[in-house]
Write a new protein. Structure first.
Length: 256
């Protein structure tokens, strides 16, 4: 869907052209892993994943975390880390497929945040997951109809799975992508080892079973959890998506 909205320095491009560019860039990035799976690579992004921006004076400011669209009955939910949502103040926007100043799928405003009570009360790293409801002013079209969506998997063994992880570093205008096998170094926490996952990549999805034509897969984690996602660019963590996350998703779907 093309959009007439231009915020700050964000420009919009034709979705068909954007989709073609994203698919090409994604395949090139995937091929890179064969020779170097220990370092993330910048690429042009995928439709369902993008950064979160603060909005001030009607303009987008610096992006600060990553989120991704997940399949839901109303098609209006994205997933990120709870510590990203906790830091939000004022108006926040999600820009899926963001690439070097362009917003191929528009700018979407966060209208509601869903956090688990265990995170609210004690910032338990095992519950460092949040769901955000997003919409566009003047439009009833849900974001999932525009970008497609990743599936959400909870309550399934996730250690030793091969995943691709996407995140938007604060210092870059393109996302980083890498592929590696997950570890479970401690109960209810997953570990992903690959360089270049700096500040801003928090909330980025751990994607299993990715379709190389669309870049979409199944979210089995998001950068967060232990050390709020990791203290070094080479090691990232995620809480295991268990029963609390499943319950939180149901709450978000219900709109409570």
């Amino acid at each position: 869907m093309a959009t007439a909205l231009t915020v700050g320095v964000i420009a919009t491009v034709a979705p068909a052209s954007a989709a073609g560019n994203i698919a090409t860039g994604f395949v090139r990035a995937i091929r890179h892993f064969g020779s170097n799976s220990r370092n993330g690579q910048a690429f042009t992004g995928t439709p369902a994943t993008g950064p979160l921006f603060a909005i001030s004076g009607g303009k987008l400011k610096q992006h600060f975390c990553t989120a991704s669209v997940i399949d839901s009955p109303h098609g209006d939910l994205v997933i990120t880390a709870a510590h990203c949502a906790t830091s939000m103040s004022g108006t926040i926007a999600f820009v899926p497929g963001y690439d070097g100043g362009t917003a191929p799928y528009g700018v979407w405003t966060v209208t509601k945040v869903y956090l688990d009570q265990a995170w609210k009360s004690a910032q338990n790293p095992d519950d460092d997951v949040a769901f955000l409801r997003v919409s566009q002013q003047g439009s009833e079209v849900p974001i999932e109809d525009v970008t497609g969506a990743d599936k959400l998997a909870t309550g399934v063994p996730a250690s030793r799975q091969l995943v691709q992880v996407i995140g938007y570093p604060d210092s870059a205008n393109q996302p980083t992508i890498c592929q590696n096998w997950l570890k479970e170094p401690m109960t209810d926490q997953l570990e992903f080892d690959c360089g270049a996952y700096t500040d801003g990549t928090s909330g980025g999805p751990f994607l299993a079973d990715v379709d190389t034509a669309t870049g979409q897969g199944t979210v089995i984690g998001v950068i967060g959890g232990y050390e709020q996602g990791g203290d070094t660019p080479q090691v990232s963590y995620s809480a295991v998506l268990g029963t609390n996350v499943a319950a939180l998703f149901k709450t978000a779907v219900a709109g409570d």
